[in-house]
Design a protein around this ligand. Structure first.
Ligand code: PHE
Length: 459
């Protein structure tokens, strides 16, 4: 039974004040720890250019088309991701089971937030440390010991994780206009300014040439199935797609705005920030003879040495960690938003309470994550610690799977006329987008999955 979605403006549903508010919020969601903490260390671990190359290909062939699709689904339905998928499935005469995509997204968001908040807590700690001049004179051994000591201190991690979750809950509880939109309008301009300042520092005083050749000199030999999956997962993670964050944000968007243009802007800004942050960070890393392949501790174990060693390092370090905290904050709110919107719209629980309850559940899960660095270090899930297992499950499996389902739904299940009407795209762009979403993106995701499980001959 196909029923057109008619109540397009459910009574009292909040909206962004305009197209730019949406673009800013979606960019705030996309630009996060993924760009400044994760991207550089993953590139550093996977041989630099090989990873960067596959990553950019994934953004273009999978990330951008899926992002446009996800925003489109949200805006058409004007509902939280779970109800959105139900309404859209009804409209298309498809099985209600598509709701499962929404539920999976809500759950994935909570799972990601549980470890995201713990990592953001590290950034809070280093922000406080550099602000009181604690980085001065740190050498490599001391920097490593400092990070190790933080991980070994569950109470400290708990305090930091709690502070960050509280920051997230307050904004999400504040609602779309007074919470999400206001936070992004305040934080994002500062964030861009700091990225540019760091870049200027890296280019003027760091080893920018070394950074550029490390990141961009093509080395195809290093492209393995594992690198491909990591790069694709990272593309999903960095763009905030595959779990309903963009669907939820899109559902607060007015009809007039061009989704394709918004999506393009967000994806471009996200990629540019990742690349610029990478150049800034590796310039500093190489100028100080540090290791690019330091793993998750890269920005915490190596950069503080550089900050401790340079003139004005305390100020630059403070700026850098401010950047990380702000970036994490505007992303964490989008991880909690789909679940909060669902509970708020489905039950009689008010938004502040919904955000608090869900935040508390996420916080509890996060406690297991922070314990996995110390007391529960021995616990293994599929051979990985709790932190690594959650990261792998969400980034490399759930997000690409969600993205695959979004692509299939938007390009195969929904009626083409409705899709076209919602996008308002004209000319060849629509055809290109649809072709990629129909064939290229699903195939690419499936191939990377199959390739990894060894079902295909190794490339
Ligand atoms: N995109 C965010 C980052 O790069 C993380 C995120 C993933 C946010 C998924 C929302 C949804 O840090």
């Amino acid at each position: 039974m196909a029923t057109e979605i008619t109540d397009r403006r459910a009574a009292g549903r909040p909206h962004w004040s305009g197209r730019w508010a949406f673009v800013l919020a979606a960019t705030g969601s996309a630009v996060g720890l993924g760009n400044i903490w994760k991207f550089p260390y993953m590139a550093g671990e996977s041989g630099g250019s090989a990873f960067v190359l596959v990553y950019v290909a994934c953004i273009l062939l999978v990330g951008l088309p899926v992002m446009v699709a996800e925003i489109m689904l949200g805006r058409r339905a004007q509902r939280n991701p779970v109800d959105a998928m139900a309404a859209l499935a009804d409209e298309a005469g498809a099985a209600r089971a598509w709701q499962g995509l929404g539920v999976m997204g809500v759950v994935t968001g909570v799972l990601i937030l549980s470890f995201y908040s713990v990592v953001a807590g590290w950034m809070l700690d280093y922000l406080a440390l550099s602000a009181r001049g604690g980085l001065a004179g740190l050498d490599a051994g001391a920097a490593q010991a400092r990070f190790g000591a933080l991980l070994a201190d569950p109470l400290r991690l708990l305090l930091l994780h709690t502070v960050f979750m509280a920051m997230t809950v307050v904004v999400v509880g504040g609602g779309v206009a007074r919470g999400l939109e206001r936070a992004n309008k305040l934080l994002m301009p500062v964030l861009f300014a700091i990225v540019l300042m760091l870049l200027a520092y890296g280019v003027i005083w760091g080893d920018a040439a070394g950074a550029l050749s490390f990141m961009f000199r093509a080395d195809f030999g290093k492209i393995t199935p594992a690198v491909m999956l990591a790069a694709m997962g990272q593309a999903f993670f960095s763009l905030s797609i595959g779990m309903g964050a963009m669907m939820a944000y899109g559902s607060y968007l007015d009809r007039g705005a061009s989704i394709a243009r918004c999506g393009l802007t967000v994806a471009a800004m996200d990629t540019v920030v990742a690349l610029l942050a990478g150049i800034a960070i590796f310039s500093i890393v190489f100028a100080h003879g540090l290791q690019p392949a330091a793993g998750p501790g890269l920005v915490l174990q190596t950069l503080p040495i550089a900050f401790g060693d340079m003139r004005g390092g305390a100020a630059l370090g403070t700026l850098f960690f401010t950047l990380l905290v702000f970036a994490a904050w505007t992303s964490s709110i989008s991880l909690l938003e789909p679940a909060t919107a669902w509970v708020t719209e489905k039950t009689r629980i008010t938004r502040p309470w919904a955000s608090l309850l869900l935040g508390a559940a996420t916080w509890l899960l996060g406690v297991t994550v922070l314990l996995s660095f110390n007391a529960w270090q021995e616990i293994r899930l599929f051979g990985l610690g709790i932190f690594d297992a959650l990261d792998y499950l969400t980034t490399n499996i759930l997000l690409p799977l969600g993205g695959l389902m979004i692509a299939v739904f938007a390009a195969w299940v929904m009626q083409a006329t409705r899709v076209r009407d919602e996008l308002g795209m004209r000319g060849p762009f629509y055809g290109v987008w649809r072709f990629i979403l129909r064939y290229v993106s699903p195939l690419a995701i499936a191939l990377v999955f199959l390739n990894l499980t060894g079902l295909l001959p190794r490339l």
